[in-house]
Structure formats: structure tokens, C-alpha cells
Design a protein around this ligand. Structure first.
Ligand code: SAM
Length: 460
């Protein structure tokens, strides 16, 4: 792998950069694969070890594990069941920034501004207090479906997916306690995994990304409360997108740079920006067990004024008593929920989160709120796939347990012919983890696995 000379030259000013070992690690074909397991779905850590023998913990993450070998995730039904997310280890460090600032013990409003495909959003879902509300935003329309799919499979319900430009958040003044800007960047930190990115890299692209990062931060910052936590991250090594952005932030806004405790054994490099001595954390793949990454945290100390303008509404209605009676049998009665309806589709949210929806929906393009339970039609619920993957599903709903071969056939959306199963809706499970629905009829069954989620790849 040939790293551009101009990149190597520019990195000589980056703190902690070791040219020789950096080049060497990019020439080597060795990769470190890692996953982050979903605490909502595993009852017992031994189960995880059985599914992935030889796991090693990612030291800065509660749920991250290095894999001994990289399986073909597409052919693992547990992957489709949302029991884990394939995520490179460095970016799991976000957890440390949250823990250090006490953002996990109380209900908060969190915004993941650049969220697709959902790596950091699913991490937030595992770390934040369950009464928190997370807004996962992705401005690029074509990337919203993968974000929504990953969140749906994760099975948490206290989230909203929006598709807005960062400038749209300005009018939600001081709404969020936590703002994550995992910014679009020149991507040099991903060269080992995605070598095709090398040909797109250039110094002028770094400049362009730097200007875009400044614009995104300026637009979104008013939405953060005074006293709130801002996390800024990139997967670039370039100083122009990292320390120079920190200096610019500290000069332009009322922000206090925060230090994150790190263990020296982790080999994460703590850097400081040149002018304002802001702390940042650099991940070099020749030093840490992970890919290239950069992260910094700030506390907002002043208030800032956003530009208010209204967007069209995603108006929800309350459900009727009759409709409530239709959906209740599908749900675990332990969970206190609010239900919202839009065009026959019913959504469930934690009571606290539902109260926030009104202010959000007057400003943002809400694509999705909470867990979609399904479609109400003629006093029946046509259950949604995400209900099958969620934790609010009634444990007594009849299920159909499949082995690997039939599990993969189900995920390919092929017909199943379960013998001796009584007609009705069945929750399809693999190793007791919900995958989706089939409806068994007297002489056949209908596979309700979503077309857009199905496995298309041959093999398995
Ligand atoms: N946080 C994601 C995760 O962990 O899976 C990765 C985010 S990726 C580094 C940056 C995201 O920013 C991309 O999804 C991209 O579509 C989005 N993006 C691109 N241009 C943007 C802009 N002008 N404003 C906000 N987001 C943008």
C-alpha cells in the first residue's frame, strides 16, 4: 500500500507520528477485527465467548472485543439479530469521553449529528441512561436507511432518526446535553481497511474537509446546552482536521477543552493543539490495536444563538383505547411506554422521550421515532420486523427456532415449510435471538423478513 508522499510529509508536524513504523504498518496486510456486543441482547458473557472463541477485550470499551479471526459476518444470523456491531476498536474510545464526564448516569438529550451507518449511535444506546433521548441524524438521504436498519436491529427504543443539514439544528437552541460530531473527513485513518480511499486523498481535499468541519460545528453548536459536552472526532491523521480545528473552536466559541484519562498501556497518544493547548487523542495503527482515529472533548461554557427557522412537521397522533387494546398483547407489560401513530403505523417510545418529540418534530425532518410496532389494520397489528428485534416484545409470543441453515434461508427471504406448527404469527429465532416474523397459514407460510434487509450474497 503506497501512502501519498504529501500525506507523510504533512504528518511530520503531527504529534506522536512515527514515520517508519507508520509506513510499515500500512505495508503489512495484517488487520485487527473487532466487534462491540449488544448488552440488550446477551444474557451471559459466556454465551459471547462460545459464539466467538478466543475473544480479547478492547481495553477502553465495556463491550468491545478483538476477534481471533474475521468471520463472514453476512452468514452469521447473530449479526442480523443485532447481537453485535462490527466496529473498529479505536472509535469505541468515545465511551471514555462519556464516562469521564458523567454523561451516562442521568437521562440526557444526545445528538449524533453525522450518524450513518450508526457505529457511534449504537454505542450511545449501550452506554447512555435508558431514559435518555438520542437523535441520530444523517444529512445524506441515501445513507439514512442503513442508519435506521442498524438502530432497528440494535433493539433500543429511545431514539429518533432525522435527515437534516446541521444548520437545521440551530433553532433547537440549548436542547442537547451531548453533541457528537463524528465529522466527514479525508479518511486517511481508514486507508488500511479501505485502500481505495487513497486515490481520493489530496491536500486540497484536507482543506475542503477542514472548512466543512468548521461549518458543521458552527451550525450545530447552538443546539448544545451551556455546560453540555461536545465530542469531536475524525478518522483522519491530518493536523488541519484535528488540532487546528480544536484551536479554531477554542478561539471562536466559549469552550473548555477536557482531558480524558488514558492508561499508558493503551498507547493512545495525547496531543495538545499549538495555540490553545486543547487536548486531543490520536490513534496510530502502528501504536494502538485499532485504526486511525482522533477525538477531543469540550464543555460548552457560554451560550450561543442559533438561527431559527421552521421545517415541515412529522405530525404524530395519539392512539385510541381500541388501538391500545390491539397492540398490548404484543408487548412486555413491564415497560412503560408512550404510543404515537402516523398513517396507521404505531411507534413506541419511553414516556420521557415522547415528550421531547413535539419540539423536535416542529424543527426537524423526523424519519423515525422509537420502535415501530407495526401497521394497524382492521383491528389487527401487522407486526414490524423491528418489533421482533426489540426488547419490548412479549416473551410469550409463539416462536419458531431455526438452526443455521434454515436461519440463513429465512434471512434470504426464501420459503420455509415448518412442520407441525399451528397457523398464526411466529417470531423467528436463532439461538433464542429474534430475527423477524413469519405467518404460518394452513398450507404454507409467508416470510415477512424485509426485502431490503435480506442476504443477497451467495454462499454461507
Ligand atoms: N458516526 C458514524 C458511525 O460511527 O457509524 C460515521 C460518520 S462518518 C465519519 C461522517 C458522516 O457525515 C457520513 O455519514 C456523511 O454522510 C455525513 N456527512 C457528509 N457531509 C456532511 C455535512 N455537510 N454535514 C453533516 N454530515 C455530513
Amino acid at each position: 500500500m503506497q501512502i501519498p508522499d504529501t500525506l507523510i510529509e504533512s504528518l511530520k508536524k503531527a504529534r506522536g507520528f512515527l514515520e517508519e513504523s507508520f509506513i510499515k504498518v500500512h505495508e503489512s496486510s495484517e488487520h485487527q477485527s473487532s466487534i462491540r456486543t449488544n448488552p440488550l441482547k446477551w444474557r451471559d458473557p459466556e454465551e459471547i465467548q462460545m459464539a466467538f472463541p478466543g475473544l480479547e477485550p478492547v481495553p477502553w470499551s465495556s463491550f468491545g472485543h478483538y476477534l481471533k479471526q474475521r468471520p463472514v459476518f453476512t452468514f452469521d444470523p447473530l449479526f442480523h439479530a443485532g447481537t453485535y456491531y462490527v466496529q473498529e476498536a479505536s472509535s469505541m474510545f468515545i465511551e471514555q469521553a462519556l464516562r469521564n464526564q458523567g454523561q451516562i448516569s442521568k437521562p440526557i438529550n444526545a445528538l449524533d449529528l453525522c450518524a450513518a451507518p450508526g457505529g457511534k449511535s449504537t454505542l450511545f444506546q449501550s452506554i447512555l441512561s435508558p431514559d435518555s433521548l438520542m437523535v441520530s441524524n444523517e444529512v445524506i438521504r441515501t445513507r439514512v436507511p442503513i442508519l435506521t436498519e442498524n438502530l432497528n436491529k440494535w433493539g433500543a427504543m429511545n431514539f429518533v432518526v432525522t435527515q437534516n443539514d446541521p444548520s437545521d439544528f440551530g433553532s433547537l437552541e440549548e436542547f442537547f446535553d451531548l453533541l457528537l460530531i463524528d465529522a466527514p473527513c479525508s479518511g486517511s485513518g481508514l486507508f488500511r481497511r479501505e485502500p481505495e480511499l487513497i486515490s481520493e486523498w489530496s491536500p486540497s481535499q484536507v482543506q475542503l474537509c477542514s472548512r466543512r468541519q468548521q461549518r458543521i460545528i458552527t451550525d450545530a453548536l447552538p443546539a448544545l446546552k451551556s455546560g453540555g459536552l461536545l465530542i469531536y472526532s475524525t478518522c483522519s491523521y491530518s493536523v488541519e482536521e484535528n488540532e487546528e480545528i480544536l484551536d479554531w473552536m477554542a478561539e471562536s466559541f466559549e469552550l473548555e477543552s477536557l482531558r480524558i484519562p488514558i492508561d499508558p498501556d493503551w498507547k493512545i497518544f495525547e496531543t495538545q493543539s499549538t495555540d490553545k493547548s486543547c487536548f486531543g487523542y490520536r490513534f496510530y495503527p502502528d501504536q494502538v490495536r485499532g485504526e486511525g482515529f482522533f477525538l477531543a472533548a469540550f464543555r460548552k461554557t457560554g451560550s450561543s444563538i442559533g438561527i431559527a427557522y421552521k421545517k415541515k412537521q412529522f405530525s404524530f397522533e395519539r392512539i385510541s383505547k381500541k388501538e391500545d387494546a390491539v397492540i398490548r398483547p404484543w408487548l412486555d407489560d413491564q415497560t412503560e411506554l408512550s404510543f404515537l401513530k402516523k398513517e396507521q403505523m404505531v411507534y413506541a417510545l419511553p414516556v420521557i422521550a415522547a415528550k421531547q418529540i413535539e419540539s423536535l418534530s416542529s424543527t426537524l425532518y423526523l424519519k423515525k421515532a422509537g420502535i415501530c410496532l407495526g401497521k394497524l389494520s382492521s383491528n389487527e397489528l401487522l407486526p414490524s420486523p423491528e418489533l421482533a428485534l426489540s426488547k419490548i416484545l412479549n416473551k410469550n409470543i409463539p416462536s419458531l427456532d431455526l438452526g443455521l441453515e434454515d436461519g440463513l434461508r429465512y434471512l434470504r427471504r426464501e420459503d420455509l415449510h415448518p412442520a407441525g406448527v399451528r397457523p398464526g404469527w411466529r417470531l423467528v429465532r436463532y439461538k433464542e435471538h429474534g430475527l423477524g416474523w413469519i405467518k404460518v397459514l394452513s398450507n404454507r407460510s409467508n416470510n415477512y423478513y424485509p426485502q431490503e434487509w435480506r442476504i443477497r450474497k451467495a454462499g454461507g
